[in-house]
Design a protein around this ligand. Structure first.
Ligand code: AMP
Length: 595
């Protein structure tokens, strides 16, 4: 068995099924370049007659040289007219010779709306394949996971239809609703406390409530706790803070709260619920304490690790997770997107700062655009590098060619090569390009923030006041986190300073201007709290500049940072706040019909 390179000190694969999965990883990573050549040839030959490849005169060629010389690198905006035609109902083979089965709505946005990623049915198999590799790797490092269960807070989101009748929904919603997930075969190493009915309920309150209730009943069996993102797990803790009395009451009486009216959930929870006054007493005594430090290990005492993404923007949540869990290991298992699932972490017990993802060469054809972190545009050359030829220590932007027909598509993620597993490179996720603010899956860039400030500041005209400078900060001290925008105002008429009411309306106006993923987080998922404007004293931004210059910034090149994260700077700003104002209403958001 060729698994030696993957063996941790803990020893060999946990079972025969794991041995096969580990062997598969070994095969793929040992032959990364040959697998990549096959993947490209397969994609190009099956899509040879598509409008897209014909447009670039590929003439049926399936080799790398023809592909690289004829097919351009593209962004979503380049593809949008084509994607819109598919969304409008054009069923001809435009990007893929296989029918587009649905659109996956990315948390990346274009013109304020989620990007629509075309997908084909067989991609579900590829996603499932990657999922099937995660536990075999985990079992190498953490024995005994078959002796208990995982409490994973998993959710579906609302879906919409394009004018041409195709479904548009997030990739995880698509996966959880598929038979691949719903009728998955029993795996003793991967048993969840959450029933499918609870995961599949589109109402986030009812879904969370019933998943939490199941997790509380099975508190001693829970060996691992997780959510997709760190922010999701913290939201579950916040939910417990707000709802423990009602949850304990249900456990005491063995009946389900009337707020849970979804008939599928009620039916399945009838099988779970039983009166248990001892458990109810325990929950009440733990949750009524003022101090919630280590609440996770107090309630779920056998938890060995947390499984959540804490890389990229999610790193901001590590201290809070440590507080609630007493520093349990935080495991990041995989790296994926709506466009394509990329790879997995072969050393899952490592520290978050050391997480590297190994790209699996069978998932798509991968290329890498060299990226220079010190250059203003980030670009160093437009010559794309193949998967096996990237260099350790260098940064690249990920470019993919997928089975669903995206060709040389820029994902927008910046990755740094940390090493190789066999001939497959391993990458540290550096950041997503152009993201200024992020709380959950929302991503707000500088242009969006600027437009939001401009729109909101129009409301200040009535007060003869303007915004002279602004910056922002993602405040994650509270759960859910929220955007804080610092404003320095110039009031030309000191007797007519903007009122609290006006500034609260400015908060809402900013939210209304932000993209649909932000607004969905506010309205549907409750994953983002109300936006806050903090008005700072006149002269604060000059002090900010003085501070930057004292730290070595060039006075000629100084630009106001549009987002601040460094503690001395946020402290300086906070010490100059004259008033704080929160959005009092939810912004508009409905599952959009895709034009
Ligand atoms: P979406 O298309 O909405 O599914 O978002 C995919 C994006 O989420 C990726 O392109 C990354 O920017 C980010 N992402 C996914 N997995 C990870 C991870 N493990 N660590 C950091 N960022 C991630």
């Amino acid at each position: 068995m060729a698994v030696d390179a993957l063996c941790s000190p803990l020893g060999p694969p946990a079972c025969e099924k794991d041995a096969k999965a580990l062997q598969f990883i070994e095969q793929m990573t040992r032959n990364a370049d040959a697998v990549q050549a096959c993947v490209l040839a397969e994609i190009l030959s099956r899509n040879a007659e598509t409008e897209y490849l014909r447009l670039y005169n590929l003439d049926g060629a399936t080799d790398r040289e023809s592909f690289k010389s004829k097919i351009p690198m593209v962004t979503y905006e380049d593809l949008q007219p084509i994607i819109q035609r598919i969304a409008n109902g054009d069923r001809s083979p435009i990007l893929s010779s296989y029918p587009i089965s649905e659109f996956l709505t990315s948390s990346g946005t274009s013109a304020g709306e989620r990007k629509l990623m075309p997908t084909i049915r067989e991609e579900l198999d590829r996603r499932q394949l990657l999922y099937s590799l995660l536990m075999p790797v985990m079992n190498l490092y953490m024995p005994g996971l078959d002796k208990g269960k995982g409490l994973y807070f998993l959710f579906v989101k609302s879906e919409s239809k394009t004018p041409g009748g195709l479904l548009a929904r997030p990739v995880l919603t698509s996966y959880y609703k598929s038979d691949h997930f719903k009728t998955r075969s029993f795996d003793p190493y991967n048993v969840y406390t959450s029933p499918n009915e609870a995961i599949l309920c589109p109402d986030s309150f009812q879904s969370m409530y019933s998943q939490m209730l199941c997790g509380l009943y099975e508190r001693k069996q829970v060996l691992r706790l997780g959510a997709i993102f760190a922010s999701g797990l913290l939201r579950a803790i916040r939910f417990l803070q707000l709802n423990w009395q009602e949850l304990a009451m249900d456990i005491r009486t063995g009946t389900l709260n009337a707020k849970i009216f979804d008939s599928d959930i009620r039916q399945c929870m009838a099988r779970v619920l039983r009166p248990d006054s001892e458990l109810a007493d325990f929950i009440e005594s733990e949750c009524s304490k003022d101090n919630w430090e280590r609440i996770i290990t107090r309630i779920w005492p056998n938890t060995k690790y947390l499984e959540v993404i804490v890389t990229g923007a999610m790193a901001q949540y590590i201290p809070t997770l440590d507080y609630y869990s007493g520093g349990l290991p935080k495991v990041c298992t995989m790296y994926a997107s709506s466009e394509c699932y990329f790879g997995l972490n072969l050393n899952p017990m490592c520290k978050p700062s050391e997480v590297s993802y190994t790209i699996m060469p069978n998932m798509a054809y991968f290329e890498f655009l060299p990226h220079d972190p010190t250059s203003p545009t980030g670009a160093t050359s437009d010559k794309l590098v193949d998967l096996v030829n990237v260099e350790v220590g260098k940064e690249y932007e990920l470019v993919i060619t997928t089975y669903a027909g995206l060709c040389r598509y820029r994902v927008g993620d910046i990755l740094r090569v940390t090493g190789f597993h066999n001939s497959a490179p391993q990458f540290h996720f550096v950041r997503r390009k152009n993201v200024l603010l992020s709380i959950d899956s929302d991503k707000t860039d500088e242009a969006e923030l600027q437009a939001a400030v401009e729109n909101a500041s129009k409301l200040l005209n009535a007060f003869n006041t303007s915004v002279v400078e602004y910056t922002s900060h993602a405040d994650t001290k509270t759960i859910p986190g929220h955007y804080v925008i610092y404003w320095e105002l110039l009031a030309k008429d000191s007797n007519n300073f903007p009122t609290n009411d006006a500034l609260e309306r400015c908060c809402l106006a900013m939210e209304e201007s932000l993209n649909s993923v932000y607004r969905q987080g506010r309205v549907e998922c409750n994953s983002i709290g109300p936006l806050e404007i903090r008005v700072v004293k006149t002269g604060t931004f000059e002090e900010l500049m003085d501070y930057a210059i004292s730290k070595g910034a060039s006075i000629n090149q100084y630009k106001v940072p549009r987002c601040v994260n460094v503690t001395p700077i946020t402290e300086l700003l906070d010490s100059r706040v004259v008033s704080a104002h929160f959005s009092q209403r939810l912004p508009r958001w409905t599952p959009e019909r895709r034009r």
